[in-house]
Write a protein that binds this ligand. Structure first.
Ligand SMILES: *Cc1c(COP(=O)(O)O)cnc(C)c1O
Length: 454
C-alpha cells in the first residue's frame, strides 16, 4: 500500500525561508508614501521593528530562520503532507491528490508560521505590545498565541461581524492572554468616526487594520503586526512549500498543479513560491507547473480587480501598494470565509499574476461548502471555509483528469480546520447559505476612489 501520510523529522524543519523577490523577472514596484515617493524604512519604523522592515524590502533569496522560532515551530511542524486516497476513490479520478495540512498548529491554521517570527523580532527589538486586526479570528488567535510565547501584550481589533459570529475565537485569544475589541471600536479616531456615521457598521478587515495601525503609530512601546499581504509574511509562509518539497522528494514525485485559497495571498505564496523557485532555476520537473490562487466570487480581487496602487486599509493610513484591488473602500458581502474578505492582495502574488506566472480563479460560496463536506466525509478532516475554496478547485481539477484520463499530481493547501466555523456549516446544511453575485456596481464605485498616482 502506498503511504498516505509523508513523515518528516523535527530536524527536517527548514533552516531558511525562501524570498521570491530574488527571482522575479522585474523588480517589485515599491510601496509609496503619502507624498507619492517610495516609502522609506523610517516611515515604516513607526509601526514595525527594523528586522521586519529589512525582510519586507529584502531581495536576498534565502533568509535564516532564528533558532528560537524553529523551536516553537517544532510544537506542530513539520506539518503533514497527506495523499487523499479516499477522496480520489470517491471522485473516481486517475489524479493523485495531496494536501499540506496546516490545521495542526495551536491556532488551527497556517497563520502562526508568521505570527511566531513576528513576535520574536518585536521582542528582540524591545517592543512590549502588539496590535493587530483579525477577520475570522484566525490571525488574532495566532498572534495571541505567539505573543504569549514571547511575553508580549497583544491587543486585537476583530471585525464586528466575526466578533458576533465567532465568540470561541475571541475566547481563544483571551485564553492566550490577548485583549479583543469589536471593530469599528470607540478606542480609535477611525472607529469613532465610522460609528458616528453608522452605529451598526459591521466592520471589515480594512477598517480593523486602520484601527490597529493608528494605535501602534501613536505609541512607542507598541508595534503593529499583519497576518498576510506583506512580503515578510509571504516569506515566513514559505515554510509550507519548502517542507512540501522535501515530502515530495521522499516520494519521488512532483506536483503538476499547486492550489491555495487566497485572501491576502500569504498562504498561497507560502505553498506555491518554493515550487516557482524551481521553475526560476530551470528545474525540468517544474516546467509545466501551474499555480492557482482561488478566491470567493463575492470578493474577486484577483479575477475582477484592477492592478493598481491602492491603500492596504480602508482609511488610507498604510503606504500605497501596487496590487490587484477592488478599491480600499470596497465592503465585501458577509460571506463565511472571513479570511478571504479583503479588498487587496499580496503585491508579490499580484505581480506574478500580472506577469502570467500564476493563475487565479473564483468560486461561489455554496460550491465551496459542497466540496468541504465531500472532503470531510472522505478524509475525516473538517476544513475551514477558506480552505474549502482550494478543495473546490482541487476537486474540479481532479474531475477534469477523470474526463481526460490524465493522472496529474495535484497539491492543495489545507490552510486550517473548521472547528470554529461549525455555525457556517450549520447554515449550509439548513439551506440558509446563499451565493452572492459578483458585486459589479459596488466594485465599480469603489474603484472610482483609487488614489491617483504618478
Ligand atoms: C487567513 C486564512 C486564509 C487566507 O490566508 P491568506 O494568506 O491571507 O491568503 C486561508 N485559510 C485560513 C484557514 C485562514 O485562516
Amino acid at each position: 500500500m502506498e503511504a498516505t501520510r509523508i513523515h518528516l523529522e523535527a530536524n527536517d524543519i527548514p533552516t531558511h525561508w525562501y524570498n521570491i523577490a530574488a527571482d522575479l523577472p522585474t523588480p517589485p514596484a515599491p510601496p509609496l508614501g503619502p507624498d507619492g515617493q517610495p516609502a522609506t524604512p523610517e516611515q515604516m519604523s513607526a509601526i514595525f521593528p527594523d528586522a521586519i522592515i529589512e525582510q519586507e524590502m529584502s531581495a536576498e533569496r534565502w533568509i535564516p530562520i532564528p533558532q528560537e522560532v524553529r523551536e516553537i515551530y517544532r510544537l506542530w511542524r513539520p506539518s503533514p503532507l497527506v495523499r487523499a486516497v479516499r477522496l480520489e476513490k470517491v471522485l473516481g479520478t486517475p489524479a493523485k491528490i495531496f494536501f499540506k495540512y496546516e490545521g495542526v498548529s495551536p491556532a488551527g491554521s497556517h497563520k502562526p508560521n508568521s505570527a511566531v517570527p513576528q513576535a520574536f523580532y518585536n521582542r528582540a527589538a524591545g517592543i512590549k505590545r502588539l496590535t493587530t486586526e483579525t477577520g475570522a479570528g484566525q490571525w488574532g488567535s495566532s498572534i495571541a498565541f505567539a505573543g504569549q510565547m514571547f511575553g508580549l501584550e497583544v491587543r486585537v481589533f476583530m471585525v464586528k461581524v466575526s466578533y458576533d459570529q465567532k465568540p470561541y475565537r475571541r475566547l481563544m485569544m483571551q485564553t492566550w492572554g490577548a485583549e479583543v475589541f469589536a471593530s469599528p471600536s470607540e478606542l480609535t479616531e477611525t472607529g469613532r468616526k465610522l460609528l458616528a456615521e453608522d452605529p451598526d457598521n459591521q466592520g471589515s478587515l480594512g477598517i480593523a487594520i486602520s484601527e490597529a495601525v493608528e494605535e501602534a503609530a501613536g505609541r512607542a512601546d507598541t508595534c503593529y503586526t499583519l497576518g498576510s499581504v506583506l512580503n515578510h509574511v509571504v516569506l515566513h509562509q514559505s515554510i509550507i512549500g519548502l517542507e512540501a518539497k522535501k515530502q515530495f522528494d521522499k516520494l519521488g514525485l512532483y506536483p503538476d498543479i499547486v492550489i491555495g485559497p487566497c485572501g491576502g495571498g500569504s498562504s498561497f505564496g507560502g505553498i506555491a513560491f518554493p515550487f516557482l523557485a524551481d521553475k526560476a532555476a530551470g528545474d525540468k520537473r517544474a516546467e509545466g507547473l501551474r499555480c492557482v490562487a482561488v478566491e470567493p466570487s463575492s470578493c474577486p480581487t484577483l479575477t475582477k480587480g484592477k492592478y493598481a496602487y491602492d491603500f492596504g486599509d480602508a482609511s488610507g493610513f498604510t503606504p500605497l501598494m501596487k496590487m490587484y484591488t477592488l478599491g480600499h473602500d470596497f465592503m465585501p458581502p458577509g460571506i463565511h470565509a472571513g479570511g478571504l474578505r479583503y479588498h487587496g492582495d499580496s503585491p508579490l502574488v499580484s505581480q506574478l499574476l500580472h506577469e502570467g506566472l500564476i493563475e487565479a480563479s473564483a468560486v461561489s460560496q455554496l460550491a465551496t461548502f459542497e466540496a468541504g463536506v465531500q472532503f470531510a466525509r472522505a478524509e475525516g478532516i473538517i476544513p475551514a471555509p477558506e480552505s474549502c475554496h482550494a478543495i473546490r478547485a482541487a476537486i474540479d481539477e481532479a474531475l477534469k483528469c477523470k474526463e481526460t484520463g490524465e493522472a496529474r499530481t495535484i497539491l492543495f493547501n489545507l490552510t486550517g480546520h473548521g472547528h470554529f466555523d461549525m455555525s457556517s456549516y450549520e447554515r449550509y446544511f439548513s439551506g440558509q447559505l446563499e451565493n452572492y453575485d459578483y458585486p459589479a456596481e459596488a466594485v465599480a464605485a469603489s474603484l472610482a476612489h483609487l488614489p491617483k498616482v504618478g
